[in-house]
Write a protein that binds this ligand. Structure first.
Ligand code: AMP
Ligand code: MG
Length: 482
């Protein structure tokens, strides 16, 4: 019985400019911690006949599957606004697995050892951050938000040195590709138009075949990415997700969320929420995410300038106008998303006031973002006294009137709300507890939280334990997953 890998290594066939040919550095004592069997089966992979020892070797990169051809990808990026040449410094792409329905997925080992792009890093990753990426990326997928996925985590049996020694681990990341805005920046910086064309062709072939024969493929690609990234950030805003490190190298061309380092979900509604310890100025705060999305898209547009029009001035003008369409698109999508959260059908001139008044109240009263919407669905986990507040009650009356205007059917409204408001998100204190236990070889809390987060829109037994924010009130801080 074979696993069912079908590798098609199209990226590794690109010229050496795009990558370094390199194998994962073998690890001493790989031990499988978790395998995502559901995802495996979605990918037409079957690991059930492979013993755990062999699985550990395969999913650590110690034993590479037939047909794979591993590489580290080159890319650049604006990190907190500063341009840097980067690349996979601690990851290798072993190839693109093709499913029976002909979908291609990158299979990447993260934490697989040094590459030509490692700079001063050790090429390794720690167990905690890899398990954290596993939980949050899978939670995002269950929330119906485009994301890279996590197939497995393997402990390496080696310690890595951070502030203290930590257990090393490797995550198998699955993505519809790892082409980033930063990949375009890397190639554009080399100022060779043929290379840029190669990347454009490759990207369109892989992600946007619908514009293959269009008259201005670069411009069409820009418009499509604006749309995808706009949808993505609206989805993040919907569930209170704060990415934390929206550098251009962490923005995909597929429109999937990537790189779960210092990300976290907001509890109390505060637009300025920042969790990342390195984000001193709040560049990537909750409310800045749409602004930064536009900024990153502008960097993408700059890369495409040589391909949009032969006349540079004209090209810049077109690119600028295109980028400036972002605000209007975002505003429209955001309003619709908020209408969905409130179960509102159709449009009403006063919708914006209704929405903003609720957000202002939540901010002033330090209300929990997720649980306020649960309250509106009559599923408040805590029966919070906060909602007895008169201002809130008055707002609720306005809202109830509005729900009746266009749908005239409360069940329909409730269905819409139930599809858009999660009952449970990855609460920071619950994740931390699960990770602490996992570090001590107790995987029960980790498996339990994964199970609950599989169905965030459903009322489940034991869900209440996962719905409340921390009571300690301590400010939560995250660190880059290095
Ligand atoms: P990230 O903050 O994870 O998006 O990573 C930014 C850049 O640093 C990427 O080029 C990574 O490959 C690289 N990097 C992060 N951690 C390490 C590490 N431990 N060793 C080598 N490179 C790393
Ligand atoms: Mg990154």
């Amino acid at each position: 019985m074979t696993i069912g890998w079908h590798f098609d290594n199209t990226y590794s066939k690109l010229s050496d400019t795009f990558k370094e040919q390199i194998k994962p550095i073998p690890v001493t004592n790989p031990e499988l911690i978790i395998l995502n069997e559901k995802l495996a089966s979605e990918l037409d992979l079957n690991f059930s006949k492979i013993d755990r020892n062999e699985l550990s070797k395969i999913l650590s990169g110690n034993s590479l599957p037939k047909g794979s051809n591993s590489i580290a990808q080159a890319y650049a990026g604006h990190q907190f606004g500063h341009f840097t040449m980067l690349g996979d410094g601690r990851a290798v792409l072993i190839g693109e697995h093709t499913t029976k329905s002909n979908e291609k997925y990158d299979i990447q080992f993260k934490g697989s050892g040094k590459t030509a792009f490692s700079r001063s890093g050790d090429g390794r990753a720690a167990l905690g951050p890899m398990l954290r990426e596993y939980i949050i990326s899978e939670a995002m997928n269950a929330l119906n938000i485009p994301t890279t996925r996590s197939l497995a985590v393997v402990k390496t049996g080696e310690n890595i040195q951070r502030e203290t020694p930590l257990q090393g681990a490797i995550l198998t990341r699955v993505a519809s590709s790892h082409i980033r805005v930063g990949t375009f920046q890397y190639i554009a910086a080399r100022q060779k138009e043929d290379e840029l064309k190669t990347l454009l062709d490759y990207t369109i072939d892989r992600h946007y075949p619908e514009i293959k024969n269009s008259n201005n493929r670069a411009l069409d690609l820009l418009n499509l990415l604006i749309d995808r990234q706009c949808n993505l950030v609206v989805n993040w805003m919907r569930v209170g997700f704060i990415h934390g490190v929206m550098n251009t190298d962490n923005m995909t061309i597929s429109g999937e969320t990537i790189d779960y380092g210092p990300c976290a979900f907001m509890d109390t509604y505060d637009p300025k929420t920042v969790f990342s310890s390195i984000d001193q100025t709040g560049r990537y705060a909750y409310c800045n995410q749409p602004v930064i999305t536009k900024w990153n898209l502008a960097r993408f547009a700059e890369c495409l300038v040589p391909l949009i029009d032969k006349d540079q001035e004209k090209s810049i003008k077109i690119a600028t106008e295109t980028i400036n369409s972002f605000e209007k698109k975002y505003e429209e999508k955001w309003m619709n998303m908020m209408r969905d959260k409130l179960g509102l059908f159709g449009l009403d001139d006063k919708d914006k006031f209704l929405i903003l008044d609720l957000l202002t109240w939540m901010h002033e009263k330090k209300a929990d973002y997720t649980n306020t919407f649960c309250h509106l669905m009559n599923l408040d986990p805590k029966k919070d006294k906060l909602f007895e507040d008169n201002d809130f009650k008055n707002w609720k009356k306005r809202w109830e009137m509005r729900t009746l205007v266009n749908s005239n059917n409360q069940n329909k409204s409730m269905d819409l709300m139930r599809n858009n408001n999660p009952l449970v998100i990855p609460r920071n204190h619950k994740i931390e507890k699960a990770l602490e236990a996992a570090e001590q070889n107790d995987l029960e809390p980790f498996n339990k939280i994964l199970k609950i987060l599989e169905k965030p829109y459903y009322q489940q037994k034991e869900i209440i334990d996962y719905q409340l924010p921390t009571i300690s009130g301590e400010k939560y801080q995250t660190f880059c997953g290095t």
